[in-house]
Design a protein around this ligand. Structure first.
Ligand SMILES: *Cc1c(COP(=O)(O)O)cnc(C)c1O
Length: 434
């Protein structure tokens, strides 16, 4: 499999190059040259395969012969060491719980795969690799956890001051060792801009070998396609019913991985892009004009993205044709206030606790299913509700149980560097800590 920049389809890259570079020099995004068609027998008999076997069947196409089968197998088994259960919430609505990994959010899938792939490719090189990552909440923790303790790799995480939750901050700042946390006095978009600029800066690139760990890295998207198949396997859908996947969307990585799964042959009738007030993509689906806005702060903070990077991968996938994109994806937007009302109502009706991100996706299914009993909807429950404990506790009347993984974090000391939202100070930091 070869990889190309969305901005240049003449220059081919290997999988290794695409993963280690993260971003092509022309400021586009790496995309695979084609999406593999999965075997018809495999697709019709998913229930015979374990989650790991499904992952392997998909990953081998993207990796080609660049990693030995036995090593790739080992990597997949380590990455998929926890389940993605499909839980029945109410009539025709299922929750695909993606929060059973170490940082209790779906980003563990992508981060663990990327970390192990990078570590594999970097093993025999003498130069230290620095991974830069901007996070709006969950990415940083998942990336830190994925890379923690891997030799020859250092991770620098930028997060927006005051805009990540108590436990998210704990997850970012308590690893130490090869993980460095930077608190930026600005927004997620500032963090993302600073990281992007660092990649284009000659002086920095001369002294460090840089890579990116945002959902712009293609190796994060690949494992995110696995669980769409894992969901379909558990659902064993009636042939006469239509299947909707609703995806809580921010940087659009998760939904792009779903679109990839569909192109690879998985039967999915429609996607819903579930957005909070940062509704760029839903607006695009409605009006065709892409109008980027500054991000605003919401309860579902991991989706507070004004200018989602993976938008360009989606355009690329559909030949930049709006008509084709709107055939695949429906828009949906929900305010914070209605998100809380949704969480409360779903608990009353079903005794199921939603997190603010999953709640928007659940709500979208309720509205699309209301008039069509022939639909089955799966929403991606992207984080454990306890990750948003403080925000929820004040607003709902039921108790949110805190899992041990989070409780233990309270004992640990936070270590981080504070920086203004200026590229120059980030550059100084990188040059002085190289
Ligand atoms: C990152 C994140 C999202 C958004 O996913 P994208 O791939 O950026 O669209 C949704 N929910 C949670 C909990 C997240 O951490």
């Amino acid at each position: 499999m070869k990889y190309f920049s969305t901005k240049n389809k003449t220059l081919a890259f290997s999988f290794e190059d695409a993963v280690l570079k993260g971003l092509p020099q022309d400021n586009g995004l790496f995309v695979p040259e084609y999406l593999p068609q999965l075997d018809a027998d495999f697709l019709s008999q998913l229930s015979r395969y374990s989650f790991q076997e499904i992952g392997m069947e998909i990953a081998r196409h993207f990796v080609g012969n660049e990693i030995e089968t036995s090593i790739l197998n080992e990597i997949i088994n380590e990455v998929l060491s926890f389940p993605a259960p499909l839980v029945h919430v109410e009539e025709n609505i299922y929750s695909l719980e993606l929060y059973h990994g170490p940082t209790l959010a779906f980003k563990d899938f992508g981060a663990r795969f990327m970390a192990r792939i990078m570590h594999h490719f970097n093993k025999n090189k003498n130069k230290k690799l620095r991974i830069l990552v901007a996070t709006s909440g969950d990415t940083g923790g998942a990336v830190a956890s994925g890379f923690f303790g891997l030799s020859g790799i250092e991770v620098v995480i930028l997060y927006p001051k005051g805009r990540v939750s108590h436990y998210q901050k704990k997850q970012l700042t308590t690893f130490g060792n090869n993980i460095q946390a930077i608190e930026v006095d600005g927004s997620f978009d500032d963090c993302q801009r600073m990281v992007k600029q660092a990649f284009l800066d000659d002086e920095i690139n001369k002294v460090c070998s840089l890579s990116s760990a945002n959902s712009i890295n293609i190796s994060r998207l690949i494992p995110q396609s696995f669980y769409y198949f894992e969901a379909a396997k558990q659902l064993s859908l009636d042939k006469n019913k239509s299947l909707y996947f609703s995806v809580p969307s921010g940087n659009l990585g998760n939904i792009t991985a779903g679109l990839y799964a569909k192109k690879m042959g998985l039967r999915i009738d429609k996607f819903i892009s579930a957005n909070n007030a940062n509704d760029f993509f839903s607006n695009y689906l409605i009006s065709e004009n892409p109008i980027f806005k500054d991000s605003v702060i919401t309860l579902s903070n991991a989706m507070d993205v004004g200018a989602p990077s993976n938008f360009y991968r989606i355009l690329d996938l559909y030949g930049s044709t709006w008509n084709n994109i709107v055939k695949e994806i429906n828009p949906y937007v929900l305010s914070d206030e209605k998100t809380i009302a949704t969480i409360t109502k779903c608990y009353e009706d079903n005794k199921y606790i939603l997190d603010p991100h999953g709640a928007i996706a659940y709500s979208s299914l309720k509205s699309y299913l209301k008039y069509n009993k022939n639909l089955v909807g799966v929403f991606l429950e992207t984080a454990h509700p306890a990750k948003f404990y403080e925000e929820l506790e004040r607003r709902v009347s039921f108790k949110i149980p805190i899992p041990n993984e989070l409780n233990q974090l309270n004992e640990l000391n936070e270590v981080y560097t504070e920086l203004p939202a200026e590229f120059e100070s980030f550059k100084d930091y990188l040059l002085n800590t190289k």
